[in-house]
Design a protein around this ligand. Structure first.
Ligand code: GN1
Ligand code: MG
Length: 380
């Protein structure tokens, strides 16, 4: 899609003011995003327009119904339990002229629009300790708000999204098919994945046998999905609600541990940079546990220290599968990018495995801090 297509698509939304300019906006790997300037009498107002990727999310109507339910739940939680002053806790959709929350243009492309959250910024790696603390709090708070929402209220926008054993099965099939002749060149990564294959059922078997409860969680709790206040050392809110659906809080904690405990990005080619920084680990778990101790069960708490390794492993498996399938899912700037990404996630898996005991100590400390504060789940 071009910027001109986006500008034309913006006309269909009830933006404040008339759209005058659209610029491509970086970020996620799935949708195409644009910032649209709209002229009003009082100056320019901006919105975030997205072309929804309906190859990844084929049922856009159900996807958007989920997003509406989640935003309503966040609004209700905000009323019951007001956040610290001056923080934004949720995104706001802009309605279409027909009164819906999304629409298809005449070429059949699906579009939606959010109000632009001004005075915030996205970071692609954690640089400072407070960022890990605030991101942990933001996702913990999000999960706490969702703990009042029955999982049946949401549909699965992507089936088996965090079903790690099925992700591993898909990798093995892609390896057997080897459609692009890349398996030999990826042998090191494939071997290392197989060495850690025991991680695949750790969360899923708990969900299957009922030992771990199914809850509404974010499912893509990575650092780039947190908006930080542009001026204050605070997180404003979490973004990317497309995969908010039934799952386990462990999926989110896993994504946080894999993306917020080291000072590198998912695309950094230098795997020697992968590490778990003690200050980030401590801050992240402190921020998260402070919110989540209100609703986590003993079985969930016990599984927290392994969740990072499980989800880093799963992400390695997904990148590697896509590499073997010739990069059909994750966009790449050059062939081999998904293999590099997979190697980084494998290194991250190993670094997180080495920190299990330390994590348990930090989690126990976070739980003890909250004893007697009487916090309970947010019900709405
Ligand atoms: C995708 O679109 P984005 O960047 O928020 C992916 C996540 C992965 C992530 C890896 C729907 O997220 O599951 O963890 O890339 N989302 C989907 O960076 O597949
Ligand atoms: Mg996402």
């Amino acid at each position: 899609m071009t910027e001109a297509d986006a500008l034309a698509a913006a006309e269909a939304f009830l933006t404040e003011g008339s759209p005058i300019r659209a610029r491509r906006h970086g970020g996620g790997r799935i949708h195409e995003s644009f910032v649209v300037d709209c002229a009003t009498a009082g100056g320019v107002r901006r919105c975030l327009l997205q072309r929804v990727n309906d190859r990844v999310f084929p049922d856009v109507a159900r996807l958007m119904r989920n997003v509406e339910v989640v935003l309503a739940q966040l609004a209700a939680a905000e009323r019951n339990d007001p956040p610290p002053a001056a923080t934004t806790t949720r995104l706001k959709l802009i309605a279409t002229r027909e009164g819906g929350t999304w629409r298809r243009d005449r070429l059949g492309q699906a579009w939606r629009a959010y109000e632009f959250v001004e005075a915030t910024r996205v970071i692609d790696r954690v640089e400072q300790t407070w960022q890990a603390l605030e991101a942990g709090r933001a996702f913990g708070r999000f999960q706490r708000a969702m703990s009042g929402l029955a999982p049946e209220r949401l549909v699965m926008t992507i089936r088996d999204f965090h079903h790690t054993p099925k992700r591993l099965e898909a990798l093995r099939l892609a390896c057997a098919d080897d459609v692009a002749g890349r398996a030999d060149g990826a042998a090191d990564a494939l071997d290392r994945v197989e060495r850690h294959a025991w991680l695949a059922p750790v969360i899923q078997s708990g969900l299957d046998d009922g030992g771990l409860p199914s809850r509404v969680v974010h499912n893509d709790a990575k650092i780039t999905n947190v908006l930080f206040d542009a001026a204050l050392p605070k997180a404003a809110c979490v973004t990317d609600l497309d995969t908010v659906m039934p799952g386990s809080p462990l999926h989110d904690v896993g994504d946080m541990l894999r993306t917020m405990t080291s000072r590198h990005t998912e695309d950094d080619p230098d795997t020697s940079q992968v590490h778990v920084a003690p200050d980030l680990l401590e801050a992240l778990l402190h921020g998260y546990v402070g919110e989540a101790r209100a609703f986590l069960t003993a079985a969930e708490i016990e599984a927290l220290p392994l969740s990072g390794a499980v989800i880093a492993f799963e992400q390695a498996v997904r990148f590697l599968t896509d590499h073997l399938a010739a990069d059909v899912y994750y966009p790449v700037d050059a062939p081999g990018r998904n293999l590099l990404r997979a190697r980084i996630q494998i290194a991250q898996t190993e670094a997180l495995l080495a920190q299990r005991l330390r994590m348990k100590t930090l989690i126990d400390r976070g739980l003890a801090d909250g004893q007697g504060d009487g916090a309970g789940p947010v019900s709405t």
